[in-house]
Design a protein around this ligand. Structure first.
Ligand code: HEM
Length: 493
């Protein structure tokens, strides 16, 4: 048979029938005909409803849809869905993520700007839609949370953790305790306010403000945002009268770029709000999950306690950056396991301004595109186990894996993202979480996990940046330690 006419008929059908019909039913999902690469695999689903990217379940938590589709397409590293009337590509794996994010601000553009602009403000670096503006703001904000500043924060972080834990009884709802800690870090170190009588109002207003993130929230969050803005403005007045201090606001107010540009007050306000938004729930939830993990495996907690015993014996009760980096490696492994098994979900949606190619598939212009940290950790060949047990909170939790080069996850571990938008607070986050666990280990050498019970099937919260157990994590100090005062506990170590 002559092939040319058959090919011609096929092409006519494709261009005159299939593509127009597909464009009506599933708009913005057509391939770019100028490219030879195919579209990624994946279902388009119902043309009217599409797939719900917010799909979650009590047994999985948020992020369920991407996990389910990934299984269906045999864990292809790039796949597509149809949602919000357009094609969305989901990418996993370090190389693919890097391919996408290295095109940030050119072929790949931010998508959550209106949302961030509403909650945080238009001057935040999250809203910067071009490379130069983003780089400029990152430099101004980053200077205030860079390594040497984080190093100097360790004594203050220790003091904050001790004060928060002193106020607790022997039974602790870890979600509340960890949130109080993360918020006190924001209050005292980021904004740099010392009036502790105001911390309960601050905690209340941050919680109320963050409710604005979720669809359907009423407008009360705006009053709370105003409260937070007033606190930052008060700090400006103080700094202008008294000169710089150790706070992040001060770091930004007195920082200049190489070309001598200073941050404006609007930029500082919006970026301080961004740091609170990005740094509070993430750190608090990761710590809450750490306590769940060590609660399920008391021998792991004993190792965290032992690291503190050894440090105190040799160097006394004061923690230092060096202690956290070189002498608390098991504690570091606990935090990394929590970030590996339960990383952040969502929040990284971008769009394609022109067609890009990832892992041999084309992602046409006008699509949504995101990278999935959970799937990347799930498919990491170094830690991957049969039946995906390495992602199970009971059977996969192994801080030891981080102590050995052969078992330590490498570049496929990306809880803080990749590329130009790599988490600006990653170093602060790691430091504050390790300080908290270290201080807690000194005060509470043994404890029992009350909720979720050790053998109970865990139900995960469905609306969260990082999934935590639905009703939080409830622990009780065991008898041995609750009989001691905080000072006796440190001395007894
Ligand atoms: C466990 C704690 C944390 C986790 C898991 C985490 C995770 C992330 C991730 C994955 C991103 C990249 C998002 C993307 O690619 O779109 C990010 C960005 C960011 N994070 Fe974190 N974060 C944590 C704590 C913090 C803290 C404590 C701060 C600051 C105090 C912070 C500030 C930021 C900022 C400002 C960005 C935006 C950077 C940009 O757009 O250039 N984060 N974080």
């Amino acid at each position: 048979l002559p092939l040319r006419p058959i090919r011609g008929i096929r092409q006519t059908l494709r261009n005159r029938v299939y593509r127009p019909v597909k464009q009506i039913l599933w708009p913005n999902t057509l391939s770019d005909l100028s490219r030879v690469e195919p579209l990624p695999p994946g279902p388009l689903g119902c043309p009217i409803r599409g797939l719900n990217t917010r799909l979650s379940s009590p047994s999985f938590g948020p992020g369920l849809l991407f996990y389910q589709v990934s299984k269906k397409v045999k864990h292809a590293r790039v796949f597509k869905i149809f949602s919000q009337r357009k094609g969305i590509a989901i990418v996993s794996g370090y190389q693919n993520t890097k391919t996408v994010l290295s095109q940030e601000f050119s072929a790949v553009v931010p998508q959550s700007v209106p949302f961030t602009a509403k909650i945080v403000g238009t001057h935040s670096l999250r809203c910067a839609d071009n490379k130069q503006r983003h780089g400029e703001l990152r430099q101004l904000v980053g200077a205030a949370v860079q390594s040497n500043r984080v190093r100097d924060m360790v004594p203050a972080l220790q003091h904050i953790a001790e004060s928060v834990l002193e106020q607790q009884s022997s039974t602790m709802q870890m979600e509340d305790v960890c949130t109080s800690f993360a918020l006190d870090v924001a209050w005292r170190l980021i904004i740099g306010l010392q009036d502790m009588n105001q911390t309960s109002s601050f905690r209340y207003h941050v919680k109320a403000w963050l409710k604005g993130i979720y669809p359907g929230a009423n407008d009360d969050w705006q009053t709370s945002r105003q409260f937070l803005v007033e606190q930052i403005e008060k700090k400006f007045q103080y700094l202008e009268q008294n000169g710089p201090d150790e706070s992040t606001v001060s770091g930004m107010l007195f920082a200049t770029e190489e070309n001598e540009r200073k941050a404006t007050k609007e930029e500082i306000i919006d970026n301080i709000l961004l740091l609170i938004l990005a740094g509070t729930e993430t750190s608090a939830a990761t710590l809450t999950n750490c306590m769940l993990l060590v609660g399920l495996r008391p021998d792991a907690w004993q190792k965290v306690v032992q690291e503190q015993q050894q440090w105190i014996r040799k160097h006394g009760p004061q923690l230092s950056y060096e202690a956290l980096e070189n002498h608390c490696r098991y504690t570091d492994g606990v935090v990394r396991e929590s970030l590996r098994i339960k990383p952040t979900t969502g929040g990284s949606m971008r769009g394609t301004a022109s067609t890009i190619v990832v892992d041999g598939y084309q992602i046409p212009a006008g699509w949504g595109i995101t990278y999935d940290r959970y799937l990347t950790h799930l498919l990491d060949p170094i830690s991957r186990e049969k039946d995906d047990l390495h992602m199970d909170v009971r059977q996969g939790f192994r801080p030891e894996r981080w102590l050995d080069e052969a078992t330590r996850p490498g570049q496929e571990f990306l809880p803080f993202g990749v590329g130009p938008r790599y988490c600006l607070g990653a170093e602060l986050a790691m430091c504050e979480m390790k300080v908290f666990l270290s201080v807690l280990a000194r005060q509470m050498p043994t404890f029992n996990l009350i909720y979720p019970a050790v053998d109970e099937r865990i139900r995960w919260r469905q609306k969260a940046i990082i999934p935590i157990p639905e009703k939080g994590v409830l622990i009780r100090q065991s008898n041995l330690s609750s009989a001691l005062t905080a000072q006796e506990k440190v001395t007894s170590l």
